[in-house]
Design a protein around this ligand. Structure first.
Ligand code: COA
Length: 500
């Protein structure tokens, strides 16, 4: 069976235990790993390293770079073992989040399309070791990736040594789904000839070569995917508002019933939006996105979506089972690309992508915070939302109008952290309604956002702030600076943004 997975006999000598491979990782190294929104990441070697550190009481500190978030076997076990000195570019793990927010490790929240470039241009130092999950290694020593591509091609290219984790729980039929291409550095960059989401421009393996592979570990630990919370009433209403907005765009002749390539963000609202599309009259849809989650697989099953391009398959536990059972069908309808290509500004702009992402909060002028709760507590990271928002044909942000049982307004006078600026955000949608901000000045935007998107409990407070700001400050983007962030301060002091 292993001859299918390790196709060059010479490589069999490099098969070793996870512990032996983990011992190649030394203090102060820059370690890069495969993995994207927890799929396709190495598991056995990270768990072994955490164990070694516990047994030896040996303190090692390393910088960990991945494609995006990875499972608990890596982020969680390493955070708890206090191994991580610096982490980038995105995470969703509770232990690591806690670690970061307590200031015990540094976290670089980066646009995901920038990561491979930063590595290739040497901004992040040299990569000592890359640990890559694979379904197989070819005769030539090239790597057939598993459920995510992320930044792995660049990590392999730039690493001194590569540890390959062959994961036998990942079906061999994944072979052929990837399309790998590593763009050159400036000034030799060439246009990327993707004009349709299903265009292929590369190889179905990650170029590596026999010499670079320092160790091979066999494992069968499955991707630690999570179940999605059931779609609640608020998410359903947001999804309905978004679909009605798109229908109006069709009526106005700005879109056809096939829409344009869709990008959908992560989380429960994003999942609800896709589920809503399944019930809509839109048809023959295509996706040019980052992560392919459950609802997108459902849309492929019903032929609503003809084709999806992304960088990772990130279903729930049930979705993963279905994906594996029907992998042959999905392989013809899905391409997985490096994140530098799935999130590439040139392609997103050319295809005219409709970007749909989730905000933590938005302000009355249309600025969006996707990452920091109350301005300083890191949630997950910007992920690909900036890559898509800045370059989309239509950039949409959805959010529930309130959080924490109605004590927080998600529409605030000023965002407490800034990820997407008023210059990039075109439409904001809550369960209350839709604010189409295209062509509006700051004051016009404020009126639209407050009236259409704010919760009735907070609307009078926002209107009052806006009207006093117009009297007291300059006329372009009216603000009362001393008060603009007082809503957040009030929540932190009193547990509510509401004035008693
Ligand atoms: N103020 C304070 N806290 C807020 C808030 C607000 N305005 N809005 C939400 N929250 C809290 C929620 O209460 C919840 O807290 P908890 O974990 O303590 O329960 C947490 O933020 C997450 O909220 P939830 O409604 O469950 O979010 P979600 O699953 O829809 O995800 C984001 C929303 C913004 C966190 C998520 O989409 C994300 O990480 N986005 C950035 C990356 C991205 O967009 N990637 C896609 C690009 S392809």
């Amino acid at each position: 069976m292993m001859s299918n997975r390790i196709r060059n006999k010479k490589l069999l000598k490099r098969v070793c235990s996870a512990k032996e491979a983990a011992m190649l990782i030394k203090d102060n190294m820059n370690v890069a790993a495969s993995g994207f929104t927890p799929s396709g990441y190495p598991k056995a070697v990270p768990l072994a390293l955490a164990e070694i550190c516990k047994e030896n009481k040996e303190k090692i500190k390393i910088n960990l770079y991945t494609g995006a978030s990875v499972g608990d076997e890596l982020d969680g076990s390493w955070a708890r073992a206090d191994i991580i000195k610096k982490r980038l570019p995105y995470q969703t793990n509770e232990s690591l989040r806690d670690h970061t927010n307590k200031g015990r490790c540094e976290f670089l929240d980066m646009h995901l399309s920038h990561v491979p470039n930063y590595v290739k241009l040497g901004f992040l130092g040299k990569i000592d070791i890359a640990i890559i999950e694979a379904v197989a290694i070819t005769k030539e020593g090239h790597i057939i990736p598993s459920t995510s591509i992320g930044a792995s091609p660049t990590y392999v290219k730039m690493a001194d040594k590569v540890i390959v984790e062959i994961n036998t729980s990942q079906p061999l039929e994944l072979e052929g789904m990837a399309d790998i291409c590593i763009p050159q550095n400036p000034p030799y960059k060439r246009p990327l000839p993707i004009v349709l989401p299903n265009d292929r421009i590369g190889t179905d393996y990650i170029p590596c070569g026999l010499d670079k592979i320092a160790a091979i570990v066999i494992t069968d630990i499955e991707d630690n995917v999570r179940s999605l919370s059931p779609i609640d009433e608020t998410s359903e209403k947001i999804s309905e508002n978004l679909i009605n907005f798109l229908k109006k765009e069709v009526e106005l002749g700005r879109l056809t019933n096939e829409l344009l390539p869709l990008q959908s963000g992560v989380g429960s609202v994003a999942n609800a939006v896709l589920a809503g599309l399944g019930k809509s009259e839109f048809e023959n849809l295509v996706c040019y996105t980052e992560v392919i989650q459950d609802s997108m697989l459902d849309l492929i099953d019903t032929n609503k979506v003809l084709f999806a391009s992304g960088t990772a398959i990130t279903p729930s536990i049930e979705g993963l089972k279905k994906f594996k059972e029907n992998i042959k069908t999905y392989r013809d309808r899905i391409i997985l690309r490096p994140q530098e290509i799935s999130n590439h500004p040139e392609i997103i702009r050319r295809l005219g992508v409709i970007a749909m992402n989730t905000a933590i909060e938005a302000d009355i002028y249309g600025n969006v915070n996707s990452t920091n709760i109350m301005g300083s507590r890191m949630m997950n990271g910007i992920g690909g939302s900036g890559d898509f928002t800045r370059n989309a044909y239509l950039s949409i942000f959805t959010t529930s109008s309130t959080a924490k049982n109605g004590e927080i307004s998600s529409i605030v006078p000023m965002v407490s952290h800034h990820d997407h600026t008023e210059h990039d955000v075109m439409v904001i949608i809550t369960e209350q309604g839709v604010a189409d901000l295209r062509g509006l000045s700051p004051k016009e935007r404020a009126e639209k956002i407050i009236n259409n998107c704010a919760h009735p409990d907070f609307k009078p407070m926002l209107l009052d702030y806006f009207s006093r700001a117009k009297e007291k400050s300059y006329g372009h983007t009216p603000h009362i600076l001393g008060e603009a962030l007082s809503w957040h301060e009030r929540f932190m002091e009193k547990g509510t943004m509401i004035v008693e």
